[in-house]
Design a protein around this ligand. Structure first.
Ligand code: ZN
Length: 138
């Protein structure tokens, strides 16, 4: 276990760009989709934010996902990461997609194609998400 951790650490340290002020960067491979920092570890690809979690906090429990508080999928700053279940993961992905869509949406945008029901759903998600974040902070 400790051997694996050392290898994970050295692989991670090789590419991570630690920014004391905020999000951490990645100088290694970053595929387009999903946009996560990656490196090779024990013959397979490991994601930077997952490696960071394991290095700083320990093993990721089965069925749990390492998610970003900072909406920066490349970031591996352990202070910006949190564990979530599959529901959180889906919601997170949904909201990140939604951020892009909502940004383009609006009465000012003639290409907006949302129904009132969809907008209501989006706003519900937003509220729920903020509320959950608030709980985590307290
Ligand atoms: Zn970050």
């Amino acid at each position: 276990m400790s051997m694996g951790k050392n290898t994970l650490l050295s692989g991670f340290e090789k590419f991570v760009i630690k920014n004391p002020e905020g999000c951490w960067g990645w100088s290694g491979c970053i595929p387009k989709n999903p946009r996560y920092g990656q490196f090779r570890h024990n013959m397979k690809l490991e994601r930077a934010h997952r490696a960071s979690w394991i290095i700083h906090f320990g093993e990721i429990p089965t069925g749990m996902f390492v998610l970003h508080k900072c909406d920066n999928s490349i970031c591996s700053n352990p202070d910006h990461l949190f564990l979530g279940n599959n529901y959180d993961n889906n919601k997170d992905a949904y909201l990140k997609g939604r951020n892009k869509i909502l940004w383009a949406y609006g009465e000012k945008n003639p290409r907006a194609k949302f129904t009132n029901q969809q907008i209501k759903e989006i706003k519900n998600f937003e509220f729920h998400f903020r509320w959950q974040r608030q709980l985590k902070r307290d």
